[in-house]
Design a protein around this ligand. Structure first.
Ligand SMILES: *[C@@H]1O[C@H](CO)[C@@H](O)[C@H](O)[C@H]1NC(C)=O
Ligand SMILES: *[C@@H]1O[C@H](CO)[C@@H](O)[C@H](O)[C@H]1NC(C)=O
Length: 491
């Protein structure tokens, strides 16, 4: 029998009511709590009494089951075995879908993927970027994604914070997104603790958190929380956090604001400039003042100051680009449809289909799918989450020896490579002098662009890719991912 660390057994149980004729599930772990008629298993952990994990297995179609309902594999060609389910915390429910590696699931790393926003669903990552299947234009079906990151890793896609994607709450006094970036860190920690208790074998696999965009806020904060908790729990309770991967991230508004000028107003991308010189002249004059106002907000985060800073910077540095009609995730294309890509609407339509929801184990109580929740975005704005500078968290991770891969598609505007290079070229950590030296004098070439590194910090440009790197450059993105997990040089 093929060794698999994820016992895929519940498919058998799911459609059967004749429990006695069903082979007893080989659930040897003591966390087994309940298995209800729908094949859902509930996991608990004594250290996290307020949390539970409900999981449902999906896997190859079981010929002994007579059911017309399409399986997850029918809906999502290329899907491997795994689980879908929810992390429950009181009246909050976080959705996840998990797929084991197409390669060596018992040995390949474990990766948690998070999209950004704030307020955007990780289902975009799954169905547009790096999941096992990609939604077709018609919004009715999906096709296999041969360059999925599950080619090299076991991958979770998690919807957070509450109110995003298929994650939901059952308490009307709650909007979703309360507490900003920090809100979900305790829940994500609990999620991993519950997971490792149920699947202790996966403890031997290196664990990484990956994501993009506002993930530049989430991932350093979540990873830092795990790392801090690892210092105070016993060895066998530690989470084997090995690295973080952040694509086109936003780490520091002040450090990245000026790049809203560089990308459309110079030829740093090789396809510029894109805006009229009169517009650019005005933007250029606004950069210094925007930075000063943002600095003032950081030093004294009074809402009056911060709102002034945000208002000025978005009016002077962002609006001119938005007005151009160009795709804010990819300067080489027009902004076409919801979130600038036709596929975003296809994904929404696909995920609103009942058969898709059912196959993906989405709770009936979860609302109709939306790619990005404006409500959650507004909550983050209300608590001034955008001004949080996550560089100190990245520094802590690097000083703890946790590796960080920063990769950036060069055609993005919203979280672009110029801004990212300003962030990491000035990130204060013990490796800064050498990293800076590599950045200035020792850029190396790989098939996707340029890259450099020092110790645990690697930076890679992906030429010609927009914000969603695996969508634009699937081959290069997978190569980047694999080389990182294998701790190899890029070539
Ligand atoms: C809903 O949330 C509020 C605020 O957190 C809490 O006080 C209240 O008890 C909750 N209601 C229910 C029914 O759980
Ligand atoms: C921008 O850079 C590209 C690549 O280096 C070059 O081919 C192009 O001519 C430049 N455009 C302008 C307007 O300078």
């Amino acid at each position: 029998m093929k060794k698999s660390i994820w016992p895929v057994i519940l498919v058998t149980l799911a459609a059967s009511s004749a429990a006695s004729s069903v082979p007893q599930a080989p659930l040897t772990d003591p966390t087994y709590e309940a298995l209800d008629a729908s094949g859902v298993r509930t996991l608990t952990h004594e250290s996290h009494p307020d949390h539970s994990l409900t999981i449902k297995a999906h896997g190859p179609k079981n010929p002994s089951i007579e059911s017309d309902a399409p399986t997850l594999g029918d809906i999502c060609p290329g899907a491997t075995s795994g689980y879908t389910g929810y992390l429950n915390h009181g009246d909050k429910h976080f959705y996840f879908a998990y797929f084991e590696s197409r390669s060596k699931p018992a040995e390949d790393p474990l990766v948690l993927w998070l999209n950004g926003g704030p307020g955007c669903s990780s289902m975009t990552g799954l169905f547009m970027e790096l999941g096992p299947c990609t939604v077709n234009e018609d919004g009715e079906s999906a096709r296999e994604n041969p360059h999925s990151w599950i080619s090299a890793a076991n991958v979770f896609f998690l919807d957070q914070p509450i109110g995003v994607g298929f994650s939901y709450h059952t308490n009307d006094s709650y909007h979703g997104g309360e507490g900003g970036t920090f809100a979900a860190s305790e829940d994500i920690y609990a999620f991993m603790r519950l997971w490792y208790k149920a699947f202790p074998e996966s403890r031997s696999l290196p664990f990484s958190i990956a994501g993009e965009s506002y993930g530049g806020h989430y991932i350093p904060v979540f990873a830092d929380h795990i790392n801090e908790m690892n210092k105070i729990v016993t060895l066998d309770e530690q989470i084997p956090l090995e690295s973080v991967l952040i694509g086109n991230g936003i780490f520091s508004d002040t450090k990245q604001a000026s790049s809203y000028y560089d990308i459309p107003c110079t030829n740093v991308t090789g396809i510029g400039p894109l805006l009229e010189s009169s517009v650019c002249d005005k933007m250029s004059r606004a950069v210094g003042r925007c930075e000063l106002l943002q600095d003032a907000c950081h030093h004294f985060p009074d809402p009056l100051i911060c709102q002034t800073a945000e208002g000025y910077c978005s009016e002077e540095l962002e609006r001119p680009y938005f007005n151009s009609g160009l795709n804010y995730y990819d300067i080489s294309r027009p902004c076409d449809g919801y979130l600038c890509y036709p596929i975003m609407t296809s994904i929404t339509n696909f995920l609103r289909k009942n058969e898709v929801r059912e196959a993906f184990g989405v709770d009936k109580a979860a609302p109709d799918f939306v790619g990005c929740s404006n409500k959650v975005g507004r909550e983050f704005q209300k608590v001034n989450d955008f001004i949080i500078d996550t560089r100190p968290y990245v520094k802590n991770l690097l000083h703890s020896g946790i590796r960080a891969l920063i990769y950036v598609g060069t055609y993005d505007w919203i979280c672009n490579f110029v801004g990212n290079e300003r962030v990491f070229g000035s990130l204060v950590w013990k490796g800064l002098p050498d990293f800076r030296y590599q950045q200035e004098n020792n850029k190396k070439v790989w098939s996707g662009g340029l890259w450099w590194e020092s110790g645990p910090l690697r930076y890679a440009r992906v030429n010609g890719a927009g914000h969603m790197v695996p969508w634009d450059k699937p081959v290069e993105a997978l190569k980047l991912f694999k080389a990182w997990l294998d701790k190899k040089e890029l070539d």
